[in-house]
Design a protein around this ligand. Structure first.
Ligand code: TEU
Ligand code: CA
Length: 564
């Protein structure tokens, strides 16, 4: 496999609105990010992905862009952005922008001009259809954020397609002019010196040749967008073109937000010369999904979690590199989702961190994950900001679910869980802002914050720092980055263990999520002889022991060991 500059890197996702506010207006900003670069460097981060900071009405918190060449004034100026890129570079770090091009904002100039002249150039930038006199919509597709995918094109007798919110009109990728606009923008940003892009919702850019209805899956008579996506063929032509015209000339690092990929598509997407450098392993995040809504989703336990991530590792093999996560700005906190209430503590958070982080792939850390931030209890629907959560609440109520149960499912699933202010200290508003935060902080900031953990060698934060250092340590890097993945004691209940095998080295990664001790038999070496011993190179607390071919782990203990 050809070596790439990003293979051995560790990435960190910033949700700018909630990361650090520099001017007391309650909204995180670019200057705030710059002020925390030393922290990220200290942690060991190389790649920093920023959720969108372009000019935007923020209807979907920046995933609705009204100018791809401007910074939203709430986040700062283009000069701040240039300073951020330069300051990151000084520290040997690189910035990823978020590429949101399935749709733009209805406040983008393209859309405005499409409204003025639907038959003209910009009408062809979108999917427009004539309004039916009887009010029948062109298709019965339900948008991701609820309601039909069609809305009136203001001032006209036409409708436009939006698979997300109605303030996010879909761009028509069949139109070569649209694609050229996208590539031009990518190149413009690459010229500014960024390292690449995280690519938003990309699987939605290809629509089926024929727009038709699908069987309704809820009382509303609508049908999930997934049905139409299943029939859309030929996305590869767009993605290959984007790679060749925009990414490849800059050797950009790109990570695709791709859901439900089929096994035979993996080599095309992230194999040698794939469309993207990498894509997220969402196997555990999509587990238990229900078309009925969040309230009906099945909750994941640790054995199911193990099956998800092991399954993905086996699917990818050495085809390429997934990017690995336990949370992001669309998901609840990983510590709350994957660790049951009864065992959620620093030891189990470190155990989860260890097994997610050291599998094959590029680790992404979402802001606050490194200190073990948790979900927040949502008490009323009024405290929600996220459009997806507000819709999910209504969906639950419409399905006859009680208010209490609906709120409970939001506390578990809501995107707002990840969007509360970053917890820097136990001070006012978690040290995020001197003003009033745009979204209320999670009360857990008093116990869980950077300041408290920075100076403590057994903190979750210290553990993340050690994990990053371990993956970069010349003594282990080759194995941890490129080595194979092989499950160990796969059937052991609440135990997640695997071995990474490189050239002449085998590293065991193991975590015991039971509260009682467990023994794990060491796997065999390359000649098929069981390993007898090993050297522990990282532990999530205490002193795990290896003797007579067995790793002994106390309850909630985790360990990484070079086998001998
Ligand atoms: O998310 C894409 C996506 O498929 C979402 O519908 C996701 O399943 C949803 O957030 C769950 O509630 C991307 C972005 O990550 C997200 O923040 C944006 O809202 C969305 O695209 C539209 O740009
Ligand atoms: Ca601010």
């Amino acid at each position: 496999m050809e070596r790439k500059w990003w293979h051995d890197k560790v990435a960190y996702q910033i949700y700018p609105k909630s990361f650090m506010d520099s001017n007391g207006d309650g909204i995180g900003d670019l200057k705030g990010i710059i002020s925390k670069l030393d922290y990220l460097k200290w942690l060991g981060v190389d790649i920093v992905w920023l959720s969108p900071i372009y000019r935007s009405p923020l209807a979907d918190e920046g995933y609705d862009i009204s100018d791809y060449y401007a910074i939203d004034p709430r986040f700062g100026t283009m000069q701040d952005m240039e300073e951020l890129i330069a300051e990151a570079k000084k520290r040997d770090m690189t910035i990823l922008m978020d590429l949101v091009v399935n749709h733009c904002s209805d406040e983008h100039e393209w859309f405005r001009r499409a409204c003025e002249d639907p038959e003209g150039k910009y009408g062809k930038f979108f999917y427009l259809r004539d309004k039916d006199p009887d009010g029948k919509l062109p298709t019965n597709w339900r948008s991701y954020f609820g309601g039909p995918c069609w809305a009136e094109l203001p001032g006209t007798d036409k409708l436009y397609l939006h698979v997300f919110h109605k303030k996010q009109p879909d761009l028509n990728w069949e139109n070569p002019e649209v694609r050229e606009e996208v590539y031009k923008n990518i190149r413009w940003w690459m010229e500014k010196g960024i390292g690449g892009f995280r690519i938003d919702a990309i699987i939605n850019i290809k629509k089926p040749a024929v727009f038709r209805d699908y069987p309704a899956d809820r009382e509303d008579g609508l049908s999930t967008v997934h049905n139409m996506l299943r029939e859309a063929e030929g996305i590869g032509e767009f993605l290959g073109e984007m790679r060749d015209k925009a990414f490849a000339p800059y050797d950009a690092f790109t990570v695709g937000e791709v859901f439900n990929e089929k096994s035979d598509e993996l080599p095309l997407f992230i194999g040698e010369n794939g469309y993207f450098s990498s894509m997220f392993d969402f196997s555990a995040e999509i587990y238990g999904h229900s078309e009925k809504g969040w309230f009906d989703a099945k909750r994941i336990d640790l054995d199911a979690y193990k099956n998800c991530i092991f399954g993905a590792q086996e699917k990818i093999g050495d085809i390429g590199f997934y990017s690995t996560i336990i949370e992001n700005h669309d998901e609840p906190r990983g510590a709350s989702r994957y660790l049951p209430d009864e065992i959620r503590c620093e030891s189990s958070k470190k155990a989860l961190a260890t097994v997610y982080f050291l599998r094959r792939g590029l680790p992404f850390i979402y802001q606050g994950q490194e200190i073990g931030m948790e979900n927040k209890k949502i008490r009323t629907v009024e405290e929600l900001d996220d459009i997806s959560s507000i819709d999910a609440y209504q969906v639950a109520i419409d399905a006859g679910i009680s208010k209490e149960k609906a709120l409970e499912s939001l506390s578990y699933h809501s995107r707002d869980n990840a969007r509360t202010p970053m917890q820097w200290s136990a001070g006012k508003h978690a040290g995020f802002t001197a003003g009033e935060p745009w979204l209320k902080e999670n009360p857990c900031y008093r116990e869980i914050n950077v300041q408290e953990q920075e100076g403590r060698s057994d903190s979750v934060l210290a553990h993340y720092r050690k994990l990053i250092a371990l993956r970069k340590d010349p003594a282990f890097k080759e194995t941890l980055v490129y080595g194979d993945f092989e499950p160990v004691s796969r059937d052991a209940h609440n135990v997640i263990a695997y071995v990474r095998r490189g050239d002449g080295q085998a590293i065991l990664v193991a975590a015991n999520f039971n509260t009682e001790a467990r023994q794990i038999a060491l796997p065999a070496d390359a000649d098929g002889k069981p390993f007898r011993g090993g050297r522990v190179i990282l532990s999530g607390g205490g002193s795990p022991v290896i003797e007579d071919g067995t790793l002994h782990l106390e309850g909630l203990q985790s360990a990484v060991a070079v086998l001998e």
